[in-house]
Write a protein that binds this ligand. Structure first.
Ligand code: SAM
Length: 336
C-alpha cells in the first residue's frame, strides 16, 4: 500500500521514529519499511514545516509501498457499534451524556481492552460550566483519576480535567496561530488555561515573551508545571483577571489570544489596550449561524474606536460546530 513516509538512514531511524510518535505522525497501522540503507516510516498526514524541522537533518519525505500490520480488534468489533469518545492523554472521555450506566460500562471495558494507551474512562456529569470552564466527571472504569498528560505537536500538557479546561479539539487552531507568529513577537494569552497556546508558541517560535494569564488557580498551577515539563523559559504565568493584568502590559502585544468564546466580547477593551499599533487580536466567539461574524466584528470595531483606533479584518473562520445552529468562530483583526 503506497503511503507518504519519512525516509531516514537506518542509524538515525530510532530517534526519528520517537519524534514522529510524539508528534502523532507515525501510522502504526503499517509495518515500518526498510532496505539496506534506509528506514521508511509511514505517516498519517503531511508534517507541518516546524514538525519536519524537529526530525533529523538526514530525514526526507518520500513514498514507500507498505505492508499493513495485522489488524487488532477495535472497540467497534467488541461492541457492534461505534462509540463516541475523545482521547486526552491516557484518558478516554465518553461523549454522549445520555448514556445508560450499563452501556457506558460496556464501552469502557471495550476501550480498556482494545486501546493499550487508555488507562481511565470518564464520562462528564455536567457540560463545561462556570467562569473557569470546567466539568464534573464520573470514573466509569480503570484508574480512578482525572489527571493526565496529553501530547500535542511535540509538547506535553499535564491537566486535571475536573479542575482546569483542556480540549485537543483546538490543536489545529493552535498550529494555525503558530504559523502567524514571528520570532521576537510578544504574545499575551489572556485566557491561557494550562497553556496549550502559550507553551506551543513559546517552544516553537522563540517569541521574545509570552504572557499567559488565567484566573483559575488550578489552571495556573498546571500551566507552571507545563512550562517546566516543556523546558520553556520565555513565558510569564500570571494568576489573575485578564482585565486587570492588561493594564500592566498595555501596548506591548504583537498577538493577543482571546480564547474565552462565551465571554470574550466583555474583554475587548482590554484586548485593544494590550495590542501594539499593528498587533493582531485572535478573537474566539460562540455565534448563531445567522450572524456568524458581523455582530462580533462590530463589537471589536467599537472597542477600538472608543480609544481612537481602527481595525482591519484579516480572517474570519468557523472553528467547529458548538451546538445546533451555533458555531465556535475565530476572527482575526489587526489593530492600527
Ligand atoms: N486557552 C486555554 C485552552 O485553549 O485550553 C483555556 C481556554 S478556556 C475556554 C478559558 C479560560 O479562561 C479558563 O481557563 C478560565 O479559567 C479562564 N478565565 C475565565 N475568566 C477569566 C478572567 N477574567 N481572566 C483570566 N482568565 C479567565
Amino acid at each position: 500500500m503506497k503511503r507518504q513516509c519519512v525516509k531516514v538512514p537506518k542509524k538515525k531511524g530510532e530517534p526519528v521514529r520517537r519524534v514522529l510518535l510524539e508528534l502523532d505522525l507515525l501510522d502504526n497501522s503499517m509495518k515500518i519499511g526498510s532496505d539496506e540503507t534506509f528506514l521508511y516510516l509511514p505517516l498519517f498526514r503531511e508534517p507541518a514545516p516546524h514538525e519536519l524541522e524537529a526530525l533529523s537533518e538526514e530525514a526526507e519525505l518520500s513514498d514507500f509501498d507498505f505492508t499493513p500490520q495485522e489488524k487488532k480488534p477495535t472497540p467497534e468489533d467488541l461492541l457492534g457499534f461505534s462509540p463516541s469518545y475523545e482521547i486526552i492523554g491516557d484518558i478516554a472521555l465518553l461523549e454522549d451524556p445520555e448514556l445508560e450506566q450499563e452501556t457506558a460500562s460496556r464501552i469502557a471495558d471495550a476501550l480498556l481492552k482494545t486501546q493499550p494507551n487508555v488507562k481511565t474512562v470518564l464520562r462528564p456529569l455536567t457540560p463545561v460550566i462556570g467562569e473557569f470552564r470546567v466539568r464534573e466527571f464520573e470514573v466509569v472504569a480503570g484508574e480512578p483519576r482525572t489527571e493526565t498528560v496529553h501530547k500535542e505537536y511535540g509538547c506535553r500538557y499535564k491537566v486535571d480535567l475536573a479542575r482546569a479546561y483542556f480540549t485537543p479539539r483546538l490543536s489545529t487552531e493552535r498550529s494555525r496561530i503558530l504559523s502567524m507568529v514571528r520570532e521576537g513577537d510578544t504574545i499575551v494569552d489572556m485566557f491561557a488555561g494550562v497553556g496549550p497556546y502559550s507553551v506551543l508558541l513559546a517552544k516553537s517560535k522563540k517569541p521574545a515573551r509570552v504572557i499567559a494569564i488565567d484566573k483559575n488557580p488550578d489552571a495556573v498551577r498546571y500551566l507552571r508545571e507545563n512550562i517546566t515539563l516543556n523546558s520553556v523559559k520565555n513565558i510569564e504565568a500570571i494568576e489573575g483577571d485578564a482585565r486587570e493584568e492588561a493594564l500592566r502590559f498595555a501596548g506591548t502585544a504583537d498577538h493577543v489570544i482571546m480564547n474565552l468564546p462565551h465571554n470574550a466580547c466583555e474583554f475587548l477593551d482590554s484586548a485593544v489596550l494590550l495590542t501594539k499599533p499593528g498587533g493582531i487580536i485572535h478573537y474566539y466567539g460562540i455565534t448563531p449561524e445567522d450572524d456568524l461574524f458581523e455582530g462580533s466584528i462590530k463589537l471589536i470595531r467599537e472597542a477600538a474606536e472608543r480609544v481612537g483606533r481602527e481595525i482591519e479584518v484579516l480572517e474570519k473562520r468557523t472553528v467547529r460546530s458548538y451546538a445546533p445552529h451555533q458555531y465556535n468562530i475565530c476572527i482575526e483583526v489587526r489593530v492600527i
